[in-house]
Design a binder for this molecule. Structure first.
Ligand code: ADP
Ligand code: ZN
Ligand code: ZN
Length: 743
């Protein structure tokens, strides 16, 4: 019996191995095996039973071990991995290492711990003897007799100050029983939903929800690949519809994958899914970054063995070995967090759709602000659209006020500040004992240029992205095509000399707010707070409990949170996202405003949203204010079409890095010339241009952009040329397919 095995080393090719007689029953496609390779032993994944390779039989080595009786990947996952390899220009090794968690590769089964319980019953007279002869043993025996359940050995011996030898004697006599148990048995438990109260009550779906639910059930029953886009305004009850679909799948004995952008930011959704599905008897694995290696190990095998049917988690949960996969849900599908920033640079949503396709499963992408890519797929009739247009309780969406920061009298100096209108409303809410949230823009990118008098920002005439200031030569540059100009001393539009680099001093906002409402309890929630997971949860808990009046944070707090007493939401710097040198800047700005507005007025109180901007007439802001999705879509698509951006083309970004900028530029240019000349496909190439962050830690960064129609067709040919290209040792290059940010 021969196997095709992919060793997980730097080799990046499959090899043929033979299987010893005794192991033959244990190996399947997707089994993890240990194989000899050169003079080492390595882990490998069985890609195929049998081998197409023409190797002399004598040269074939035997596998050494089959790691688990259960395969770690199934045939579909292997095909998924092979597709990712091609599509994302990643090595087989990095792909499969991403797919199989470290805990499984390293066999980090949870540690065993010893438990003690009382064994044979000792008659009274024997007990008396024992007390005299060995008082410590007697003490231990009596203690265990009084317990209702077994206790950890270490803890008992320490507490009673009994030594291990005494314990062992008792065990030998059969008076005490010692046995081992897995230390961590928390596959189904998780601590995230802990402090956040979870509403687990049943609801009756409203008409719109029911229509969507019926459509999903029909797809699930059809048992074939059907992608849906669930476009539902914030608070329209999307989660209830997902739940209905998941239940239908459970009932049919199928499995589900439910993806969220980040588990820690969506505690309410995760908590609700778990509470409701577990009540139905399903077993759920919540896959998040705080799991220990042992927990990951258990969770993974619970799914692989079919003991758990549902996995909820961030992007890597898409690789979970769920059995009989019938449904894949991607919540907040528009979120850039689904894209992985390092190799393999896959997009969790796109991989999810592909996996659903391989499995012949239903796929639901859900969002209040779907990505342009998904909306376009609806237009092209590739996805079905299901819409939830109303909030569940018929509450109206909040009133949105746009504040023109060019006119507004500012409370403090500097560009980023609180307008008089916003200040007044903050005071008003505080006096009424209602809560407010202020959003700052995480995407603040300080190297853009802004005229505070008229709102003008210079853009590239060829690429429609904001030009970025580069200190090295005092120019503003396009980071896609390389176009540049001198930094204008006066605003070209209004002539003001005030035009300048835009700053983003977020910390100052908290201080400014404190000056406006000195008695209010204000808490800032930012990336620093985020890293301490308990602190983050505490703050949200306190806010919900009304112990905090004003929460100041980046848009991460816009996600999936539901605070009934919040009646005012302020966007302090709404247009900063428009200044990011990214063709998706408008889309992000629109999404952010819609999402943020959804946070106001979720309880019985009406909500109000204040949007501060220097560009009040900019399309994304205007469309968001009116909640005009179709208008926005049309305008945005038109611009994308004109400049050949996604969804009309795919973009591959090719980044070159190195310590010597001349070398990096030289090789990037030489490569670009080669591509222009040799590549046979019609590909539009822009660049090389400096990346917006041209220099990070003494490393210079330049990139080339390929605009192309079909990644799977063109990329392999680019890679072939790359293989033969004599790149300098000091220049490192990476490909990023379908990039979501441009820095
Ligand atoms: P979304 O995910 O679309 O923002 P949610 O699913 O979080 O909305 O629903 C918002 C709130 O409305 C939740 O508290 C949910 O329990 C409640 N809800 C959803 N559907 C219904 C319904 N049909 N009847 C009553 N309450 C509902
Ligand atoms: Zn101006
Ligand atoms: Zn340009």
């Amino acid at each position: 019996m021969l196997l095709t095995v992919l060793p997980l080393t730097g080799l990046d090719r499959s090899l043929a191995y033979a299987v010893p007689e005794a192991m033959q029953a244990q190996v399947h496609v997707g089994s993890l095996v240990r194989v000899p390779l050169l003079n080492r032993t390595e882990l490998g994944v069985v890609k195929q039973v049998g081998s197409d390779e023409d190797v002399p039989v004598k040269k074939i080595k035997f596998i050494l071990e089959v790691l688990y009786p259960t395969p770690v990947l199934d045939g579909q996952l292997i095909r998924l991995g092979q597709w990712m390899q091609r599509y994302y220009a990643a090595t087989a090794e990095t792909v499969f290492e991403t797919m199989i968690p470290g805990a499984v590769r390293q066999q980090t089964a949870p540690k065993m711990r010893s438990l003690l319980e009382v064994g044979q019953i000792l008659p009274d007279e024997e007990m008396a003897k024992l007390e005299k002869r060995a008082p410590k043993q007697a003490e231990l025996y009596r203690f265990l007799q009084q317990q209702i359940k077994p206790l950890p050995k270490g803890m008992v011996l320490q507490r009673l100050k009994v030594n291990a030898a005494s314990c062992e004697t008792l065990v030998k006599k059969g008076l005490v029983r010692e046995f081992a148990e897995r230390e961590e048995r928390v596959v189904y438990k998780d601590d995230l939903a802990g402090s956040e109260m979870v509403a687990a009550h049943e609801v009756t779906l409203n008409e719109e929800q029911q229509a969507a639910a019926d459509d999903f059930r029909a797809s699930i029953a059809a048992n074939e690949f059907r992608p849906h886009l669930l476009h539902g305004v914030t608070g329209s009850g999307k989660t209830e519809v997902y739940l209905d679909a998941m239940r239908a799948v459970m009932k049919a004995g199928g499995g589900c994958i439910f993806l969220v952008p980040e588990v820690a930011l969506t505690p309410q959704t995760v908590g609700r899914l778990r509470a409701r599905l577990e009540r139905d008897g399903a077993k759920i694995v919540v896959w998040h970054s705080h799991l220990s290696a042992g927990e990951r190990f258990d969770a993974w095998f619970a799914l692989a063995k079919g003991e758990a049917q549902v996995v909820v988690g961030a992007r890597s949960a898409i690789f979970a070995p769920v059995r009989n996969l019938r449904l894949v849900v991607v919540d907040e599908e528009h979120e850039p967090a689904y894209k992985q920033g390092e190799t393999p640079r896959y997009h969790g949503r796109d991989v999810a759709v592909y996996r659903a396709m391989l499995a012949g499963a239903t796929c639901i992408l859900g969002s209040a602000t779907p990505s342009l890519e998904s909306l376009y797929n609806v237009q092209q009739k590739r996805y079905r659209l299901n819409r939830l247009s109303k909030r569940v309780d018929d509450r109206s969406l909040p009133t949105v006020h746009i504040i023109d920061m060019r006119r507004e009298k500012l409370r403090t100096d500097g560009l980023q500040s609180i307008s008089q209108t916003l200040a007044d409303k903050l005071v008003d809410r505080f006096e009424k004992k209602e809560q407010s949230i202020l959003f700052l823009n995480r995407r603040g990118y300080s190297n853009s240029v802004l005229c505070p008098e008229c709102g003008f920002t210079p853009e590239c005439p060829h690429c429609a992205v904001t030009l970025t200031y580069h200190k090295t030569d005092d120019r503003i540059k396009c980071h896609i095509c390389g176009y540049f100009e001198k930094l204008p001393p006066r605003c070209p539009k209004c002539g003001s000399t005030e035009i300048r680099k835009r700053g983003s001093g977020t910390q100052r906002i908290e201080e400014a707010v404190q000056r406006i409402v000195p008695r209010a309890k204000i808490v800032r929630l930012d990336t620093d707070t985020m890293t301490k997971k308990n602190l983050f949860r505490h703050i949200l808990g306190d806010f919900r409990a009304g112990k905090i009046d004003i929460l100041v944070g980046t848009q991460m707090i816009a996600k999936g949170l539901d605070f009934p007493n919040v009646t005012l939401v302020g966007m302090v710097d709404a247009d900063i996202s428009l200044h990011v040198p990214d063709f998706r800047a408008g889309e992000r700005c629109f999404q952010l405003l819609v999402q943020v507005s959804g946070r106001a007025g979720r309880g019985d109180l009406a909500g109000e949203v204040i949007v501060q901007t220097y560009m009040p007439h900019h399309e994304p802001i205007q469309f968001a204010r009116r909640g005009d999705f179709d208008g926005y879509l049309e305008a945005e698509l038109e611009q994308r079409r004109e400049f050949h951006y996604p969804p009309f083309r795919h973009i591959v970004r090719h980044l070159f890095r190195g310590r010597n900028p001349d070398k990096v530029v030289f090789y990037a240019e030489k490569w670009a010339e080669l591509i222009e000349e040799k590549l046979e496909h019609p590909v539009e190439i822009r660049g090389p241009a400096p990346a917006p962050l041209e220099k990070i830690k003494d490393t210079y960064r330049f990139h080339i952009w390929y605009f192309l129609g079909n990644v799977s067709k063109v990329l392999p040919d680019i890679l072939k040329l790359r293989k033969d290209f004599p790149m300098d040792e000091e220049v490192i290059d990476v490909f990023d397919v379908d990039p979501v940010d441009m820095v």
